[in-house]
Ligand binder design. Sequence first.
Ligand code: PMP
Length: 437
Amino acid sequence: MAETLTERYRRLRPGSWARWQRACRVIPGGITHDSRHLTPFPLYVSRAAGPRKWDVDGHEYIDYWMGHGALFLGHAHPTLVEAVTAQVARGTHYGACHELEVEWAEWICRLIPSAELVRFTMSGTEATHLALRLARAATGRPKVVKFTGHFHGWHDGVSTGVNPPYELPMSAGIPGAVLGEVLVSPANDLAAIDRLLGSRQDVAAVILEPSGAQAGTDPVDTAFLKELRQLTTDRKVVLIFDEVITGFRYAPGGAQEYYGITPDLTTLAKIVAGGLPGAAVCGRRDLVGLMAFGPDAKWNRSQRVAQNGTYNSNPLVAAAGIAMLSQIADGKLHERANALGAELRTGLNEVFRKAGVPCVAYGDVSICHIGLEGPPAAGKPKNAELYHKWRCALILNGVDMSAHHGWVSAIHTEREIEETVAAVGRAVADLQADHAL
Ligand code: PMP
């Protein structure tokens, strides 16, 4: 009997297996992010440089995880290493204001069209949490609207309507009262959101991924965004673009620059902090300005929007953020990354076509989405077993990317794309031999 994909994966990665066994004793399921769940066990990586990384068993990979989309300049880019190394020696936390956070905020205001004021958080999850708090405080209304499939982090207030068929929240342990404050509208359905906003007076905000759900896996069209902008303006509902993924990737000014549509508030993470843990909320002065202390103590106590956070805009992250944003501001690196993204999508589709499998590669700019069962079918759960096998097959052939998408960085080269296309050809053959495709 020929060895199955899973058996080969187990045989060739004993180091990862051993570490995962050890991890399972102290970490639930052995993993620290749900997306690392992989059957039969996840990969343990020991080092990374540029577009590549190496696992604990010595295998080399072309990397398309790119720090979950944060590493637009690849791993350990010299400019970032230099900025972070210099700052770590000067201190990582002053417990005080510092000039780097001002410079970092100035970069964001220069690049992001909606940014008049900026407040920093540590993660995209915290950023969407704060943006919703700002919208509720500004409007005095309790409800927020999100769209099916759109992901805004893992806090209770956005954990509904994420995973198809959307009948359950994303997690156990979320109070019904919190879920009740979130109204879920079908993605890309203008009539439905128009009806919803027209039927009630208690909506503070509409939040969405401007790429469409899951980084554009279920794409949105520009007309929808335009109309939504108009609808929310007419009804004085705060429009929040969650640009955790698209910010600084779709264009230096994010999806709002790319589509020419300006939201009221924007959430940013990933690229904004140069691959270190940092994020931000930015937007209209009258909204973000609700966080500023004023002269009236009563207003400060009852009306002001509060936020703490030990690590907000700490100097180390700010240094990395500045190093990143100053390098990508002119958009030249985007042209490069986008061209490589297109090349990757074309190359993979050619592989799929030649192999006669239903898979597709698609997406905008430097993002490559993978639909193994065909073009995206919004609201339809994916075949998890097939996607796990696909990831194992990619790993066995020297490519590591999320089962659903890959992020091309500005430091990938044609060589990586060519090698990836060849590797995917081998992976597809492996899946066919395994009767998975
Ligand atoms: N919003 C979007 C659109 C995201 O893709 C993510 C994470 N991938 C988040 C929010 C949450 O960000 P974080 O993982 O930094 O909490």
